[in-house]
Ligand binder design. Structure first.
Ligand code: SF4
Length: 346
């Protein structure tokens, strides 16, 4: 299988007519000046120097709302990407934007500019959450733009957030269920963090907004991740990328920040799967024993849990000592004669 590599060009807040309550693109992307074609070209040239010739490459314009930038600058940026698409093995050009910055004209412009992947920052499909987050569009706009993107043969990515003002476990599950109905090619899940210099920081400081805890967030993300995985929708990211500024005490004022939040979520995913296997058979049979689990090599650390948390959990809760043994092939978990297909997690 070919290696895949993404050349990421961050276009912070550029062209965005909005001021979503949680957003400070400059701080989230770490870029504070508008990116022009020269900067984009430099990023591409420098990245290409480090990528092997037979790698499958994608050029991605992240951050901001790409299709809300002045048309001329969109064109300049995409022209740069296309210049290298012809010379190198560049398979995809990706942009991310707002649901209300997509229409027929924009779609045909993106098509003629060889864009193949469009990510929409949806965040929620609950009207009240959208309004309280100052998103400036309703849920109907998300369905319309998603349909237009899929109908025109693009790959569609949808981003959702957990813990926005007015949010609840029911509402994030509703958004996830609706995403499944829309059927995107992939999703990203972002727990809400309170970032400096945002409307959310003011709400937090005035005690109007209370962020979700790490525990609540991880539990909700686990359920949502499993929903997507079981419906064959790839989750390509959970949580903001930690940078030297995306940390508590730096640009993150409060919220469920954890440097390994993805690992915590995977730990909970496997905890649930294994616990169900035990319970299905009758947990009494295993209590107080050393129990061998045969598992794919690639999944061992996730099964063991972040800082061996799952081993500790089964030991304390059931007196079960998990002995995890790696097998070379197959996405299957085996405990004695019990077998669980986990290929949906691959
Ligand atoms: S639409 Fe996107 S870039 Fe614009 S303010 Fe909202 S989150 Fe930030």
């Amino acid at each position: 299988m070919k290696l895949k590599k993404t050349i990421s060009i961050f276009v912070p807040h550029s062209g965005c007519p909005n001021d979503c309550i949680f957003c400070n693109q400059k701080r989230i992307t770490g870029v504070s000046t508008p990116v022009g074609p020269e900067e984009a070209e430099n990023v591409i040239i420098e990245s290409l120097k480090t990528i092997d010739a037979d790698t499958e490459i994608e050029i991605a314009f992240f951050g901001g709302s790409f299709t809300a930038i002045e048309k001329e600058r969109q064109k300049e940026l995409l022209d740069v990407a296309n210049k290298y698409k012809k010379e190198y093995n560049i398979k995809d050009i990706r942009i991310s934007t707002r649901p209300d910055a997509i229409d027929e004209d924009i779609i045909s412009f993106l098509k003629s500019s060889n864009v193949t992947i469009i990510e929409l920052g949806v965040q929620s499909l609950d009207e009240n959450v959208l309004a309280q987050s100052n998103r400036g569009h309703n849920s109907e706009c998300v369905y319309r733009s998603s349909e237009l993107i899929l109908k025109n043969g693009f790959k569609l990515g949808l981003q959702m957030m957990l813990g926005l003002p007015g949010d609840s476990i029911e509402k994030v599950n509703y958004t996830a269920d609706e995403f499944i109905r829309i059927s995107p090619h992939f999703v990203r899940i972002y727990p809400v963090l309170v970032i400096k210099d945002t409307g959310l920081e003011s709400l937090f400081k005035s005690k109007v907004y209370e962020p979700w805890s790490v525990e609540k967030t991880v539990e909700a993300c686990k359920d949502i991740f499993l929903k997507f995985a079981r419906n064959k929708i790839k989750v390509i990211r959970m949580g903001l990328q930690t940078t030297q500024d995306i940390m508590i005490g730096k640009d993150v004022v409060a919220g469920p920040f954890h440097p390994a939040i993805g690992e915590l979520i995977y730990s909970m995913v496997y905890r649930e799967i294994i616990e169900k296997m035990f319970i299905g058979k009758g947990i009494e049979e295993y209590k107080g024993k050393i129990v061998e689990i045969n598992a794919p090599k690639s999944q061992i650390s996730k099964i063991s849990g972040n800082k061996k948390s799952n081993r500790e959990y089964f030991k304390i809760r059931y007196g079960i000592d998990l002995k995890i043994v790696a097998v070379e092939k197959g996405m299957v978990l085996r405990i004695g004669d019990l077998k669980e297909d986990i290929s949906f997690l691959a």
